[in-house]
Design a protein around this ligand. Structure first.
Ligand code: GFB
Length: 319
């Protein structure tokens, strides 16, 4: 695959740099010597506002764009606010993708999610299983928005010959994550609850669902490395998975979080909460063939994330 070179001196825009993914991508780009990186907070630039996005691209004309901005959340947030997840994400994507196409962006990486694949896709999930079956109801609105982003990238490649690509990360975690009780994904949600229970001496901690669904977890610093690797080595319209290649049951993850936090009480499973997709292990064949592999193991990454969370707790800056 001949891929247009990725310039480290050309203007590079990271959309969503205050989030888990965008923050890691920004750190990695700066560490890699990218010398002209632009960012805007959502207060400075509301990506749902088409006119504001058009003006930003007209002025900045970034050569490279990483579209990591999105309205994201765990299973409860997705189940509770599907209209917001659909509307906000579609508007962010349409505004950024169209403005990038209009104003000379030569490379763009759009970040989706593993939830775009069918609920009962054959495991591990290959990229070509997209749109071959029904989605998981708890996050179908978000999934449809992200699938629309994948198809928008493919349409811009076909219609305008643009070198835009899409990547589908698995469940992510790490510094900069959302730890809020209602909006967070499982790993930060459990860190918060086990740490609070440890400090309060609570005898039990509730884990949502049956604990039987399986999930894989990729540290966000590994993801950031993969994003640059794909911008340098991938130029095809098909989405490409980014994962670690192994998963574990939520019950096992919960016990690992408890052990890492140092919580010694009992786990109680609240089966009134949804399990979501039974499994979504990603097939890693394509990105491994491009020479990228995850490097941060779950135990190591989890311990570092607990340390980071405790620092934020002490500083009063937990999201
Ligand atoms: O991480 P999570 O919210 O999202 O839930 P998904 C994963 C599993 O962990 C579910 C269980 O089976 C939850 O029931 N779980 C147990 C918990 N305790 C908790 C907890 O305290 N908080 C949370 N959040 N879950 C998301 C999609 O699906 O995957 C998003 O909703 C996105 O759109 C993301 O695609 C990558 O992995 O089920």
């Amino acid at each position: 695959m001949t891929v247009a070179p990725l310039s480290r001196s050309a203007r590079t825009y990271v959309a969503g740099h205050r989030g888990l993914v965008g923050g890691a991508v920004l750190r990695h780009l700066l560490a890699e010597g990218f010398s002209d990186v632009v960012t805007r907070t959502s207060g400075e630039l509301d990506l749902r506002d088409a006119a504001a996005v058009e003006h930003f691209f007209e002025v900045q004309r970034p050569a490279t764009v990483v579209l990591a901005a999105a309205k994201v959340g765990g299973i409860l947030a997705n189940s509770t606010y599907p209209a917001d997840f659909l509307s906000d994400n579609i508007r962010i994507q349409v505004n950024v993708l169209d403005a990038a196409a209009r104003h000379g962006t030569t490379k763009l990486l759009f970040l989706g999610s593993s939830c775009i694949y069918p609920k009962f896709a054959e495991q591990p999930i290959r990229e070509d299983s997209l749109l071959t079956g029904l989605l998981e109801p708890t996050n179908d609105a978000y999934a449809i928005a992200k699938i629309a982003g994948v198809l928008h990238v493919q349409a811009l490649r076909r219609q305008h010959g643009l070198h835009f690509i899409s990547a589908m990360p698995t469940n992510l975690y790490g510094p900069g994550d959302n730890f809020s009780p209602e909006g967070s994904h499982v790993l930060p949600g459990l860190i918060r609850r086990f740490e609070a229970a440890r400090l309060a001496g609570d005898p039990t901690v509730t884990v949502w669902g049956t604990g039987t669904p399986r999930r894989e977890f990729l540290h966000v610093d590994d993801l950031a490395r993969a994003c640059v690797h794909l911008l340098e080595h991938y130029d095809d319209g098909a989405p490409i998975n980014i994962g670690v290649g192994q998963d574990l049951p939520i019950a096992e993850l919960a016990q690992l979080v408890a052990d890492t936090v140092g919580y010694t009480g009992q786990l109680v499973f609240d089966t009134s909460k949804p399990d979501g997709t039974p499994r979504k292990l990603l097939d890693m064949g394509k990105i491994h063939d491009l020479g990228w592999r995850a490097e941060i193991g779950l135990a190591e990454g989890l311990a570092a994330t607990v340390d980071w969370y405790r620092e934020q707790l002490a500083a009063g800056t937990v999201r």
